[in-house]
Write a protein of this length. Structure first.
Ligand SMILES: [Zn+2]
Length: 212
C-alpha cells in the first residue's frame, strides 16, 4: 500500500466531518433568522456545530485505520507466516533484523488508542470545523445575494412588491422574503407568531421594525 493512502484516508474523513459541520451550521444559522453577516448568529451556529461534533468521539480511532491494518494486522499475519512484518520478505533466522528492510523480526504490538490517536482526531475535527463553517457561511450569504437578485428581477419584470422562496439546501425549511420597503429579510410568519400573513395576501402591513 503506497505511503500517501493513509493521508488520503484522513483527508476523506476530514471532508465528511466538514460536511457534517456545514449541515449543522446551516440549520442553526437559518433558525437564528438573520440576513447577511452577524457575529452573534455566527458564534451561536458555530458553537452548535462544534457541540454536534462531540457525539462522533466514538470514531476516535477511525483516522488510524490504515496504520491499524498496515502495521498491526498485516504485520502479525506476515510474522505468523514466517515473513518479515515490515516487508513480507521470507525470514531465514529470527535473531537478526530483516536482511531486506532492517526491521526487527518480532510480532508487532496489538493496536492501542494512545495520545497521538486523540491528538490526530481532535486536529482533524478542528480543521473540519473551520472548513465547514467557512463553506456554510459563504453558501448562505451567496444564497441571500442570489435571492436578492431574483427578487429585483421579478420586481423589474412584473412589478411584484413581495417575493419569497425557501433558502437553499440544507436550510430549505426556512424562507426568505423581499419587499420593496424592507429588502431581504426572514419571511413574515416565521418570527411574527401573533399575526401570520393571510395566504395569498399581496403585502403585509404589520408595522414591524426593520430587521436588517
Ligand atoms: Zn523486512
Amino acid at each position: 500500500m503506497p505511503l500517501f493512502l493513509p493521508h488520503l484516508f484522513r483527508g476523506l474523513i476530514l471532508l465528511l466531518l466538514a460536511a457534517h459541520v456545514f449541515y449543522m451550521f446551516s440549520i442553526a444559522r437559518a433558525l437564528a433568522g438573520t440576513i447577511g453577516w452577524s457575529w452573534s448568529t455566527f458564534i451561536i451556529a458555530a458553537g452548535f456545530a462544534l457541540i454536534m461534533l462531540l457525539p462522533l468521539i466514538w470514531a476516535v480511532a477511525l483516522p488510524e485505520f490504515p496504520e491499524m491494518y498496515l502495521r498491526h494486522v498485516r504485520g502479525r499475519r506476515r510474522f505468523a507466516r514466517g515473513e518479515c512484518p515490515g516487508c513480507g520478505y521470507r525470514i531465514a533466522t529470527e535473531d537478526a533484523p530483516c536482511s531486506e528492510c532492517g526491521s526487527a523480526v518480532e510480532p508487532p504490538e496489538p493496536y492501542r488508542i494512545c495520545g497521538r490517536t486523540v491528538r490526530t482526531f481532535v486536529l482533524i475535527n478542528l480543521f473540519a470545523w473551520v472548513v465547514g463553517l467557512a463553506a456554510a457561511e459563504g453558501w448562505a450569504q451567496y444564497d441571500e445575494h442570489v435571492f436578492l437578485a431574483e427578487a429585483q428581477a421579478a420586481h423589474a419584470a412584473e412589478g411584484s412588491q413581495r417575493f419569497t422562496r425557501a433558502r437553499a439546501w440544507p436550510s430549505d425549511s426556512a424562507r426568505l422574503q423581499w419587499d420593496v420597503e424592507r429588502g431581504v429579510r426572514v419571511e413574515d410568519g416565521q418570527i411574527n407568531w401573533t399575526r401570520p400573513p393571510a395566504p395569498g395576501s399581496g403585502r403585509d402591513e404589520s408595522p414591524l421594525p426593520k430587521s436588517r
